[in-house]
Design a protein around this ligand. Structure first.
Ligand code: DGT
Length: 221
């Protein structure tokens, strides 16, 4: 672990779980559900699969040039809804964030998937969110993996929309996350980062989870 959360913080304490596709975010997040003082918010992937009957996630993978910008716009909206969801509990734990949505925009920029004007608008939208919306984040947990490991996991879980996702794509998504949270050479990092080796098995990750949970509680109280 490479950072500790902000100390002595008595307002809502928000943790975002980040990492590549298939890095184990959902499993990690589910462990927090045993704590009744935490609001645990899973990523709204089901919403993306059914936007008034349209599977936008599938359309984005099948035709990223046509649907990439629209998809990112919807991701930002649904993420903002999670960030701004009110609670009286002292902790909120979220899967991904508007920050990691920016990683995908960055990748679309690097791979020239979208037109410059589309990138410009998505980036302006993102900037507005982080400056004006109430999306305070106190800790980022980065589940760091190798692209080869997540590729195998993704093939095993066989989510139908991800049929066409290549190892090359996972390498690109990994690189953007690493540049952001590990190398710190991309856009700004909004909170301290805890880096965990998420190549480990599910049972080994339980120990990592326990360390992480203790650290969150100890540092807030
Ligand atoms: P996990 O629990 O670590 O295995 O996480 P996943 O793979 O269930 O969840 P995640 O967020 O990495 O991705 C769910 C799907 O949605 C996956 O196919 C990648 C895609 N996705 C998530 N956020 C974005 C985004 O902002 N842009 C694009 N293009 N795709 C995204």
């Amino acid at each position: 672990m490479s950072a500790s959360p902000n100390k002595n913080c008595k307002r809502l304490f928000t943790v975002c779980i980040e990492g590549n596709i298939g890095s184990g975010k959902t499993t990690f997040l589910n462990n927090f559900k045993a704590n009744d003082n935490m609001l645990v918010l899973q990523e709204p992937v089901e919403l993306w699969r059914d936007v008034g009957g349209t599977n936008l996630l599938e359309k984005m993978y099948k035709d990223p040039v046509r649907y990439g910008c629209l998809f990112q716009s919807y991701v930002q909206l649904t993420m903002l809804q999670l960030h701004t969801q009110k609670t009286n509990l002292p902790f909120k734990v979220m899967e991904r964030s508007v920050y990691s949505a920016r990683c995908f925009i960055e990748n679309m920029k690097r791979t020239k998937m979208l037109e410059k004007v589309e990138i410009d608008i998505l980036e302006q939208w993102h900037e507005w969110c982080i400056q004006r919306a109430d999306i305070q984040t106190d800790l980022i947990v980065y589940l760091r993996t190798s692209p080869e490991v997540v590729y195998e996991r993704m093939r095993t879980r066989a989510r139908k929309e991800e049929d066409c996702v290549s190892l090359e794509y996972l390498r690109q998504v990994h690189d953007v996350h690493d540049d952001w949270l590990y190398n710190r050479s991309l856009f700004s990092v909004p909170a301290p980062v805890m880096v965990l080796d998420a190549n480990k098995s599910v049972s080994e990750m339980m120990a990592e989870f326990e360390k992480c949970r203790r650290s969150i509680f100890e540092n807030r109280d």
